[in-house]
Design a binder for this molecule. Structure first.
Ligand SMILES: Nc1ncnc2c1ncn2[C@@H]1O[C@H](COP(=O)(O)OP(=O)(O)O)[C@@H](O)[C@H]1O
Ligand SMILES: [Mg+2]
Length: 421
């Protein structure tokens, strides 16, 4: 089988890395890919824009691709799946434009959850700042203000005061938002459940947790994610069953009721409250980054078979997913300055030495320039280690991290600390 993977991050490198391990996979084309996918076995990069659907469809036809796996939310929300269905015969892993609204519109998602009785924070949607602000005054703080559309992790303000929440509303309406969701503040621990679905059957992957803040102890600016681990011990078998019954199954049914044939990842961002209640913070319509880099090294089931089964509506026919009984941890190495301004084009050394220690290094923001691997993004590399327990995995992952160097390298030294508090 020939597979085309859309995206250029650590998530897509991890997906391609797992796919090439399958005997049934002949060749992988990454659009546009990165320095990691450029040199991966069976894999080649194709420098197209991820929103140039016409060029991607042409590549699908010319290269006789049988499965397209879409990594990022942007092309999904713009309708890449609908476009490929219309113009080619290819199987697509990733929901349609309508299905992607579950991530791309927080108000649409909130309404779906409220109608279907899926547990989530109480809240309301507003289309003008005046009503939003009087709602905030009435509810009091802490309270959470969310931009409706895709915001690359910058659309949510967890406000500790009424003034802060109202300022967030003003800021959003001044930008191009014309809709905000305001919801009750929830306490608890966050966990990511990535589930695979073919629109009829839904199966969770191992539970994961990530670290979103730039600084030690989960402080400082929000980022795309500085590290992740799986399986999150917080989610035991009885909790995963509850998540399946209270969240995953009813969400899939709600999508079906809206005539949405959702094939891809349904990613539930959950808050587990101190009373062990499950609350959905948000849904994403794709694999998480960097959770995927921590989860996939533990997967034993061939990924190509799983993704194809989802894309062709045959997930129920597959045997239960097989996992290695190990702990997996992923540490993101970033460019100094990220998530603010940072420099690029810094020469990277030490990846081969790290891999000799048994870690896997996924590339996030790298490229080759005149044969030299250089930095090409804020998040540069994702070093991943698996071991019999988290203590060992953490020791191993940082040994790998310490082999790698480039000017202004930055990473958090405390990924996984919540496992031990
Ligand atoms: N109702 C809430 N109560 C407390 N914290 C929240 C709430 N909603 C979101 N958050 C915090 O804000 C972060 C981002 O919110 P989320 O809904 O996941 O949006 P996005 O990922 O699109 O930025 C969450 O990971 C969580 O830490
Ligand atoms: Mg989120």
């Amino acid at each position: 089988m020939k597979i085309l993977v859309v995206g250029n991050g650590g998530r897509e490198h991890a997906i391609a890395w797992k796919l090439q391990q399958s005997e049934g996979v002949e060749r992988i084309i990454c659009v546009p890919g990165n320095g990691g996918t450029a040199t991966l076995n069976k894999c080649q990069n194709l420098p197209l824009r991820i929103d140039d659907f016409q060029a991607i469809a042409q590549a699908v036809i010319e290269q006789e691709i049988s499965l397209v796996v879409v990594g990022p939310e942007l092309p999904l929300s713009l309708g890449i799946t609908d476009y490929l269905h219309k113009h080619t015969q290819v199987n697509v892993f990733g929901p349609t434009k309508l299905g992607s609204q579950i991530e791309a519109s927080k108000s649409w998602c909130k309404a779906l959850m409220q109608t279907a009785g899926i547990p989530t924070a109480s809240g309301a949607t507003f289309t003008n700042p005046r009503d939003a602000k009087s709602y905030i005054s009435a509810q009091g703080a802490p309270i959470v203000v969310k931009a409706d559309g895709l915001a690359a992790g910058k659309g949510v303000t967890v406000a500790m005061t009424i003034a802060e929440a109202q300022a967030a509303v003003d800021a959003l309406f001044q930008e191009d938002s014309n809709r905000v969701v305001i919801e009750a503040y929830l306490e608890g621990e966050e966990v990511s459940i990535l589930a695979l679905t073919d629109g009829k059957t839904i199966r969770p992957l191992l539970p994961a947790q990530d670290h979103k803040r730039i600084g030690a102890g989960d402080t400082g600016s929000n980022t795309g994610g500085m590290g992740a681990y799986a399986p999150a011990p917080l989610v035991d078998t009885s909790l995963i069953q509850k998540i399946q019954q209270q969240v995953l199954e009813p969400t899939l049914r709600a999508l079906q009721e809206r005539q949405i044939d959702y094939r891809g990842v349904l990613y539930a961002g959950l808050m587990i409250t101190p009373q062990q209640e499950i609350k959905v913070l948000e849904f994403n319509c794709r694999f998480g980054d960097p959770e995927t880099q921590a989860i996939l090294p533990l997967l034993e089931t061939p990924l190509d078979e799983l993704l194809l089964a989802c894309a062709t509506g045959k997930l129920e026919q597959l045997p239960p997913l097989q996992w290695r009984q190990e702990a997996s941890i992923c540490v993101v190495i970033a460019s100094g300055g990220y998530p603010g301004n940072y420099e690029q084009q810094k020469a990277i050394v030490g990846i081969a030495e790290a891999e000799q220690l048994g870690v896997t290094v996924f590339h996030a923001g790298t490229k080759y320039e005149e044969g030299q691997l250089v930095t090409a993004g804020g998040r540069v590399l994702n070093v991943t280690a698996t071991a019999t327990n988290f203590e060992e995995a953490i020791k191993k992952v940082y040994q790998g991290v310490d082999c790698i160097d480039f000017a202004n390298k930055y990473c958090r030294r405390d990924i996984g600390y919540r496992l031990f508090v």
